[in-house]
Design a protein around this ligand. Sequence first.
Ligand code: C2E
Ligand code: MG
Ligand code: MG
Length: 698
Amino acid sequence: MTQQLDIPSKATESDAKDEGQHSQEALRAMYLSLRERYEWLEAMINYVPDFIYAKDREGRFLFANKAIVINNGFTHVEELIGLTDAEIHPMADAHKIDEVEQRVIDTGKPDLGVEERRLKGEGWLMMSRVPLRDRGGNIIGVVGASRDISARKRAEELMSAQTKLLQDVARGVDLASFLKDARALLERLLDGRRISFAVNGSKADVLAGETIEFPIFSRDGGRHGSLMTTKAVGDETSITEFLTGVAQTVGIAIDRHEDIAHIAYLAEHDALTGLPNRTLLDRKLVDRLERTSREKEAIAVAFVDLDNFKLVNDNLGHAAGDELLKVVAQRISARTGSNGIVSRIGGDEFIIVLEEEDSDPIAARLGRILEGIAEPLTIDGVEIRITCSVGVACSGKHGDTASELFANADMALYRAKEAGRNAVRIFDVSMGEEARNKLTRIEELRRAVERDEFVLHYQPQKDTRSGNVIGVEALVRWQHPSEGLLLPGAFIPLAEETGLIVPIGDIVLRKACEQARSWQDRKLSPLRVAVNVSARQFLESSLTSQVASALQSAGLDPQWLELELTESLIMRDVEGAIERMHELKALGVSLAIDDFGTGYSSLSTLRRFPLSRLKIDRSFITDIPSKAGDMAITSAIVSLGRTLELEVVAEGVETEEQAHFLAGAGCEMFQGFLFARPLPAPEVEALIAGMAPQARSH
Ligand code: C2E
Ligand code: MG
Ligand code: MG
């Protein structure tokens, strides 16, 4: 594009010099051709749809093509010549055009490709202005050309509206405000039209007049609803395309909204039962507490744990277990009422939140819920009756915050289970204290393992026929740093509960083996050492290798080690226990059943155990001779032992009378205070030495 326009373009200085040389004829021909060319040019300029004009330095039209003449409501160009834009468009922003043109005139620099709003009518123009120069090169005005770019501008506007909507979707604007904004944007953009959305059940505004409907589809091809718009005159195809695109974008926005809602639901609900999970419960309970603390109402938090749920899972399978949980969830929900909250917080544990109501006390409602749970149900054709243990804490009395109530209800639940299940316990302050003490105790016990604060006492076992000590039972004691020597009853149950019994058991095994070896080295009459093995240890797969390792590092012949197992421990899993017993037996150690008579072993199962001894439980001996029943049981155990070719040891023999009765019944081996208490190793040595003069002479 040329950057300036010269008028007349062909009249240069050199032309002027040559003038005299041309003949009249030639001049006339030139004039005609020039005129022809001018008319031809004018015609062309008049027929292009673009606007083309020239103005003088004062902004007065020198020339304008047909497009301008007609656009401004004139018929001949002459009507326009001499007028300014300000005169033609008195109300419009004509001075802005004037400014640009004046700059071009003043600087001589063209102004090309500038977009401007039309002064007359709607739309946009792309304007170019170049300086108009005379022959001498002086700027005498401006020439302008412009083109209508409204259609392109419109397309751009629609595109950017579409982009804005997509950006809103990407930013995750919530659906309601997205639809509201989209509607406002569309109505502004497509002025004259009304827009309305009918999505997922929400009703669309009724639009007056003839309407067009654009379906809003979901990702999977379903229908979310539709976009409605009133019909209007105008560029229908581009608008239709545009609105189809908008409907698509709205579809994406709704898909996204539903995804987010679904994710939010999953994050706060239990997938199996559909109940609120712990997160949602926490939030709801915090809200409730805030509200009721103002209204001074009480809230109860009940922890519910199904009793023996594991049995259902293990015996009927996980699908049955899941089914049971669903039924329980329904039963609880149905009886909790709309005011309460039910949540499954994992496995077979539920939390119920109930609010105090005058007409229906919490205790009564809880009672109905528990009755509901306990009703029999049939799963896979098997009738099951499930009970539960419940711990309750109430706001105000037992805590003010959600976390306090949870902790205290949990503690009460623990008590309910301890009490033998199928029980409800309400929290009380002493529980908290006990729990804290227990935590301290566990910490101390852990430290005791690290620092090895355990010592063994040995209780001799006597064979009454020979009068010899034939063995000792190693009994652990805890040399507590501040409380002195503690008996096993004070810490073994906790050690079992926490699993600390496994390292403690290992310590005991090693010490007992070393002690036995040390006695042998000092030529004390050979003593078999019995060591107690707890359930938890027995289930540990490393037990056999632990025993082997203790024997090996002490250098003790396995025949001098006896392991005491309890009856109840063996009966839990008879086959597994038999396998484990054979493993141990293969090491060369002997096995005894401790506290015999308290479990439920039958003769037929007992026969399958690779045992050497039965130890009659102390409880049967204590009341001899006052309880005839105990005496009968004791006699029976002794004869059972004889039948199975097992040695029988009576534990807890405290009186001569008891010893006498046992001897009469055929039990020759005793362990009890009558003969000796559990003693530190040196005292055991002294006792044995005192009984055997030949040993003392060393
Ligand atoms: P247990 O294995 O039945 O041990 C016998 C318990 O009866 C010992 O109590 C012993 O002092 C007590 N006893 C023995 N003769 C008499 C008597 O004539 N009268 C009375 N009243 N009691 C008598 P201790 O030492 O308090 O041990 C209690 C229980 O702790 C043991 O019962 C055993 O089950 C467990 N235990 C002891 N040491 C260990 C150990 O190293 N590991 C494991 N897992 N448990 C142990
Ligand atoms: Mg024992
Ligand atoms: Mg015992």
